[in-house]
Design a binder for this molecule. Structure first.
Ligand code: NAI
Length: 650
């Protein structure tokens, strides 16, 4: 089957890209387009309609080809041939037009899009920039401000926004191809529009390039592709077209061969490959149109919000009417904030909230095929919840816990059928964070696993399968490096130095700023619970305990690892004092740590614990560990993850 078909009908040429699943622009498609241009140049046609078969126009380059030596025909040449065609080429954008796909559309002389189409230049997400004239054509179709947003964020826009910005000329409200035909005939009659490169830049407000670069540098946390994308647009604004095109191609080629792009490609494939056991679970998942949630605190309300926004009905159980009302308000506030941010439409928010029911009796959960528990992190409380659930719920219902650390196997013991129990470890805020650790207990069955997979799909989350241990994959690795950071404090570092090193490496926040934000008390309770089991010879830093004893529980108490009296995080002399005292007590001579030493040590600890997690079969693969650390714990995506970095260093 040809990847590109050419047809002549009704005086028009029809070119259809058909390379399932998403019409990626591999070599065969580029060759097909190249041949189509030649064929139609000699045919008696007045205009050409170019479209995609299936759900995509063209979703982008073939990512497997990136990072290898490009092979002919090169996309820039194919696009130049389209733009040079004697008759107008109309891109009929039937679905996704991303990356190289949007570049193809921009090389055409006009664009019509289905209202459901999505258009974007997501190249920076895989460490590159558009490499076929995208940054030079785009500001000739939309304002430079819009071009900067599109190219440096990598975020796609919808068809309506594309129409308003000038990226497409029309929307095909009804039958897209019929409307494209009409447009083709109009243009054949009125004359071929200038191709984008022959047009002037779209007029707009002047751009302060230095301010843009400074902002972007902050946002991209060390990733270079977004800055190169901006630099390429600046050339497009300033240089003659040929110079800008050559400059863009040069940047594209070196970025495609860069470590950053290789790391981002690794993450791209690791995310798509994550959760293998769920893909293999051969069982029919539970129906998710109605889901029960127990506990409407931070996590329960977030999980309920995610489910409601995905279209499910939610029955939320709380301890009493007042708590149920508080939980409902929490969900309503979260949804209202999403509406205010523009993340969802007001009508969607309203209908989501209308699907929420609250109750205080477990009997209300009986028609929920899945129930997710998110009550206090306390084995006694959770066991009581599962015992009650086991008594009330039909035998086929799947029961899940959102525990962060507790033993899922011990919880499963409370039920007659432990195969229906699993962990579903969400991250806060649960309606935003992409990661879902699906925790497989010893007895967890295929149906429970399949349900975890189906839930991730419904909520558009990335599921990673984890075995049972203290903290599963992510919290276990984080606990290990948090402990090691405290040892570094004892040896001479200070919290702000460790945080600065982490931020310098590309983490959104340092570990101490994070702890202050989420509160120090839960980990404190956990350490106290574990204290009796600690071996006397085990190294233990008392610094965090002393902070808690001094009432320094984080931002919520106005002080934690930092002081917040001014509203901003400031170095806390009291904490420095405690650290120095503990160093002395432990008999350590304080030394100066460089940022590099701090990062090397944190990475080594993550990698050591990651290896242990793999050895023990807690994670299915090293790639899954990278996905967890990147999507759940702020590890910089453009570094590829701790396990990837270890592999590259070997
Ligand atoms: P929270 O304290 O904000 O909420 C717990 C809620 O459960 C409260 O509203 C409480 O009234 C309710 N509750 C307690 N016992 C109940 C019972 N028997 N029946 C019905 N409702 C009951 O706690 P949070 O932070 O939401 O944590 C809940 C669970 O999620 C814990 O297991 C925690 O370890 C886990 N988790 C927390 C994360 C976080 O970032 N806060 C992240 C991932 C998991």
């Amino acid at each position: 089957m040809a990847e590109v078909t050419v047809d002549v009908r009704d005086g028009l040429g029809w070119v259809t890209i058909d390379n399932p699943p998403v019409n990626a622009l591999g070599r065969a498609v580029r060759q097909g387009l190249w041949d189509a241009v030649a064929t139609l140049r000699d045919a008696d046609v007045r205009a050409v309609v170019l479209t995609g078969a299936g759900r995509a126009f063209v979703a982008g380059a073939d990512i497997r080809e990136l990072g290898q030596t490009p092979v002919e025909p090169y996309l820039p040449d194919v696009l130049a041939a389209i733009a040079d065609a004697p008759v107008p080429w109309i891109a009929a954008i039937n679905g996704l037009a991303l990356g190289g796909g949007l570049e193809v559309a921009m090389a055409c002389h006009a664009r019509i899009a289905a209202p459901s189409a999505k258009l974007g230049l997501p190249e920076v997400n895989i460490g590159i920039i558009p490499g076929s004239g995208g940054t030079v054509r785009l500001p000739r179709l939309v304002s430079m401000a819009t071009a900067i947003k599109l190219v440096t964020s990598g975020k796609p826009i919808g068809a309506q926004e594309a129409l308003e910005s000038g990226l497409v000329d029309r929307l095909g409200e009804g039958d897209l191809l019929a409307e494209a035909t009409a447009m083709a005939k109009d243009l054949a009659a009125s004359g071929r529009p200038e191709p984008a490169l022959a047009r002037d830049l779209v007029a707009g407000d002047p751009i302060d390039w230095d301010a843009q670069a400074a902002q972007l540098r902050k946002r991209s946390r060390g990733a270079v592709a977004p800055l190169e994308a901006l630099a390429s647009l600046k050339c497009a604004a300033r240089d003659p077209v040929e110079v800008a095109l050559a400059g863009e191609r040069e940047r594209f080629l070196w970025l495609a061969a860069s470590e950053e792009a290789a790391a981002l490609r690794h993450v791209f494939f690791a995310e798509r490959g994550a959760g293998q056991a769920l893909k293999q679970a051969e069982a029919v998942p539970a129906d998710l149109s109605r889901v029960g949630v127990i506990g409407g605190g931070t996590m329960g309300a977030g999980i309920a919000t995610a489910l409601l926004l995905a279209g499910s009905y939610v029955c939320l159980i709380e301890r009493d009417d007042a708590a149920a009302q508080t939980a409902k308000t929490r969900v309503a506030d979260t949804i209202a904030a999403s509406v205010k941010r523009g993340a969802i439409a007001a009508t969607k928010g309203e209908s989501a909230l209308a699907r929420l029911g609250t109750d205080t009796e477990y009997a209300a959960l009986r028609d929920c095929p899945l129930v997710i528990e998110a009550v206090f992190e306390d084995m006694g409380v959770k066991r009581e919840v599962f015992t009650k659930l086991d008594a009330v719920m039909p035998a086929e219902a799947i029961l899940a816990t959102n525990t962060s650390y507790l033993d899922v196997n011990l919880l499963a013991e409370t039920t007659k059928d432990p195969s229906r129990i699993l962990g579903l470890h969400f991250f806060s805020p649960a309606h935003v964070m992409k990661l879902l650790e699906v925790v497989r207990g010893e007895a967890t069955g295929a149906r429970a696993l399949a349900t975890g997979g189906a839930l991730a799909k419904l909520l558009r989350k990335i599921p990673v399968v984890a075995g049972v241990c203290d903290g599963f994959i992510g919290n276990r690795i984080m606990a290990a490096y948090r402990r090691d950071c405290e040892f570094m404090l004892e040896e001479g570092a200070l919290p702000h130095q460790i945080d600065a090193a982490m931020q310098g490496f590309g983490f959104a926040m340092g570990i101490y700023a994070v702890q202050d934000m989420s509160g120090l008390d839960i980990a404190w309770a956990q350490r106290r619970a574990r204290a009796p089991h600690r071996a006397p010879e085990e190294r233990y830093a008392h610094i965090a305990d002393r902070l808690c004893e001094a009432g320094r529980l984080g931002r919520k108490t106005g002080k934690g690892w930092y002081d917040y009296a001014s509203g901003e995080a400031e170095v806390a002399p009291e904490v420095t004092g405690i650290i120095e005292e503990e160093s002395a007590k432990a008999g350590r001579t304080r030394k100066v740590f460089t940022e590099q030493e701090i990062i090397t040590r944190i990475l080594a600890t993550m990698q050591r614990e990651g290896q242990a997690v793999l050895r023990e079969g807690i994670a299915e693969s090293a790639d899954d560990i990278d996905v967890v650390m990147i999507t759940g714990y702020g590890f910089p995506r453009h570094k590829g993850g701790p396990m990837y970095m270890a592999r590259c260093a070997d």
